[in-house]
Design a protein around this ligand. Structure first.
Ligand code: ZN
Length: 139
């Protein structure tokens, strides 16, 4: 799929907010249908997912304490007709080691987000037999 560049958004999320929900709400409020997301900062008690192919679902890994949000990378597209953010994170612990996965939940301490809106045909997620909701693949 080919898109052209839309608006750019750069903002800080208030302390105490749940990050994934905040990004989804921000996309809805600003009518961002398709976009690329990146961020840095730090999260409290983040939960990350690892997709267990045999089980067909995410295994949730619960981390406790404050983690550096070393890198956040993701996208926004449509799911059930609403903007939906799919986000992966690399999280640094106090010993500098990284944990990573699919962001399930994270309370914001400080997070700075960049969203690049993309304009074009709507990109829609559809449920698959493997338990994931995916875009149609490029031919
Ligand atoms: Zn994912």
């Amino acid at each position: 799929m080919r898109f052209s560049r839309g608006r750019n958004f750069l903002f800080r999320v208030p302390e105490g907010r749940e990050l994934l929900g905040f990004i989804n709400d921000f996309a809805k409020k600003n009518n961002i249908i398709i976009g690329a997301v990146s961020a840095i900062g730090s999260l409290r008690d983040p939960k990350i997912g690892y997709f267990d192919e045999a089980a067909g679902e995410y295994k949730v890994i619960e981390l406790s304490g404050l983690y550096e949000l070393v890198s956040l990378s993701g996208n926004i597209s449509l799911k059930d007709g609403e903007p939906f953010a799919h986000i992966h994170v690399a999280l640094g612990g106090p010993d500098g080691r990284l944990y990573g996965g699919h962001l399930v939940e994270g309370e914001v301490f400080v997070v700075e987000v960049f969203i690049q809106e993309l304009l074009g045909e709507p990109l829609e997620r559809k449920p698959q037999e493997n338990g994931l909701t995916l875009w149609d693949a490029e031919e």
